[in-house]
Design a protein around this ligand. Structure first.
Ligand code: BES
Ligand code: MN
Ligand code: MN
Length: 475
């Protein structure tokens, strides 16, 4: 839907009578309130991938809208889409001041496998100064910091920029409707910069700003052999087994150097200069700690690249799930009719998601022996993005980190994907600043996802400082 004049809440202007307090004091004084509110948000299971949670996802949109109203926007709307709504809010204080467009998402990943959680995913608890819940970091915790930073600036009379909020509910399922919304609402979304907290920082001692994200091609493959399951004794050895064939096909997708064998896969990859690679590898990183944290004896990846490079600037291919045949208790002797897998490829500049999906499909189909048939079904995708480090907004974000964390942030390239970043550039002509406050160890998308209270509180402060420095540097 192109516009959302329904459901608009215009908020009457209320004079701010509270005595002047510094943003840092306001944040400190309201710590418990900020935590309680985030807990309420985390209690709503807004899993966008599972239709079972449909009502909860809608409820979460209402929660976000109400929180924007409470925080002091002049206008808040629930913008319906063909899927889950986009929450839009704005506070325009002066057309001559810069406008910051904040993006975030209120949907979360499914919580399963539930049995691996130490406490229920939608009943947030604090342990060791961390908030445990699905969405605590990705992205409810990080998104809500922006609402609280905005509230802080409103309540302390320190807001220096116009602000627009666009919070979606379909990020974890590909942001298809957001794309339509952005294309249809370019005027409404006019701004000077996009600000997102949905990435991670290196560590509490080493703040960083993400300047690159990988793209994504995600496909499902289905390999079919005989038209029904067969007795693995009666037919085994004489009829092609779809699971065995699928495994062989998947295994052949990488060579002995862990390079992807799909013809043309690397053709458009933009290689980094030696200086860029050096800068990337200068970031603090301890391989032993990394292995210890994951409880693995050795890392694995493309020959000739470091772990930081493999996970940040190189494209890759992974099986996300594989199934078929009998997986119940005990043993059933069966030669299955079908085998399936979900496969993702992470892409880097200048690879194009649709092109890579097509190359994959052609190649995968060609791998199938005559004994089986192959079907490739594309899921969502997204383009990689790089954001500039020589902009006013980057400098302001850097100032904000220096002031709040006492150290200049290091620019890093993250391996995850936020496909709308490249869309914002293409459709709105806007650059993004990725001010992430998560840690890689926060277990996003995993059981026991968590977010440090320190990250949450310090993040709120850092965001308020971004506005201050951005306005100052824009003068
Ligand atoms: N917030 C993440 C992306 C992310 C995480 C970027 C950590 C950098 C560091 C986001 O919610 C996400 O999970 N994105 C998906 C892509 C989407 C198309 C499903 C991803 O990366 O798998
Ligand atoms: Mn996210
Ligand atoms: Mn996510």
């Amino acid at each position: 839907m192109a516009n959302c004049t329904n459901h608009v809440t215009f908020v009457a202007f209320k004079k701010n009578t509270s005595k002047r307090m510094s943003p840092v004091d306001y944040i400190k004084d309201n710590k418990q309130k900020f935590l309680d509110e985030l807990f309420s948000l985390l209690r709503i299971p807004s899993v966008s991938a599972d239709p079972k949670y449909k009502d909860d996802v809608f409820k979460t949109a209402d929660f976000v809208k109400n929180s924007l109203v409470q925080a002091g926007v002049d206008k808040a709307e629930i913008c319906p889409t063909a899927g889950y709504p986009i929450v839009y809010g704005e506070k325009m204080i002066d057309p001559s001041l810069p406008t910051v467009l904040v993006y975030g998402h209120y949907d979360v990943q499914p919580a399963d496998p539930l049995e691996l959680w130490d406490s229920p995913p939608f009943e947030p608890v604090i342990k060791n100064d961390k908030i445990y819940a699905r969405g605590a970091c990705d992205d409810k915790g990080q998104m809500y910091m922006h609402v609280k930073a905005f509230e802080t600036m409103m309540k302390t009379n320190t807001l220096t920029c116009n602000v627009k909020f666009m919070i979606e509910g379909e990020e974890e399922v590909g942001s298809e409707n957001l794309e339509i919304f952005v294309k249809a609402n370019k005027k409404k979304l006019e701004a000077d910069i996009i600000l997102i907290s949905d990435t991670s920082m290196i560590s509490l001692d080493t703040p960083s700003i993400t300047v690159g994200l990988r793209g994504l091609s995600y496909l499902q493959v289905e390999v079919t052999g005989p038209d029904r399951d067969l007795h693995s004794g009666v037919y085994g050895g004489a009829v092609g087994n779809p699971i065995n064939e699928l495994c062989k096909m998947i295994a052949s997708l990488k060579d002995e150097k862990n390079r992807i064998t799909i013809p043309g896969f690397y053709d458009k990859v933009l290689d980094l200069t030696n200086e860029e690679r050096k800068a990337l590898n200068d970031a603090p990183f301890d391989l032993d700690e990394y292995k210890k944290d994951l409880k693995i004896a050795a890392v694995s990846g493309e020959d000739g690249y470091t772990t930081l490079e493999r996970a940040g600037i190189r494209p890759t291919l992974d099986v996300n799930g594989i199934w078929g045949g009998y997986i119940g208790e005990g043993a059933k002797t069966v030669l299955p009719s079908k085998a399936s897998a979900k496969i993702s490829m992470r892409l880097v500049p200048n690879q194009v998601s649709d092109e890579i999906s097509e190359l994959f499909t052609k190649h995968f189909e060609s791998l199938a022996p005559d004994t089986v048939k192959v079907k490739v079904i594309p899921h969502h995708g997204g383009e990689p993005a790089v954001t500039p480090t020589d902009s006013v907004a980057y400098a302001a974000a850097s100032d904000a980190f220096v002031e709040a964390w006492g150290k200049a942030p290091i620019p890093t390239r993250d391996g995850g994907s936020i496909p709308i970043v490249s869309l914002f550039k293409d459709e709105l002509g806007l650059d993004t600043v990725l001010m992430g406050f998560g840690l890689d160890s926060d277990a996003i998308h995993s059981p026991n996802e968590h977010y440090g209270i320190h990250n949450y509180m310090k993040g709120i402060e850092t965001i308020t400082l971004f506005y201050k420095h951005y306005a100052n540097r824009s003068k």
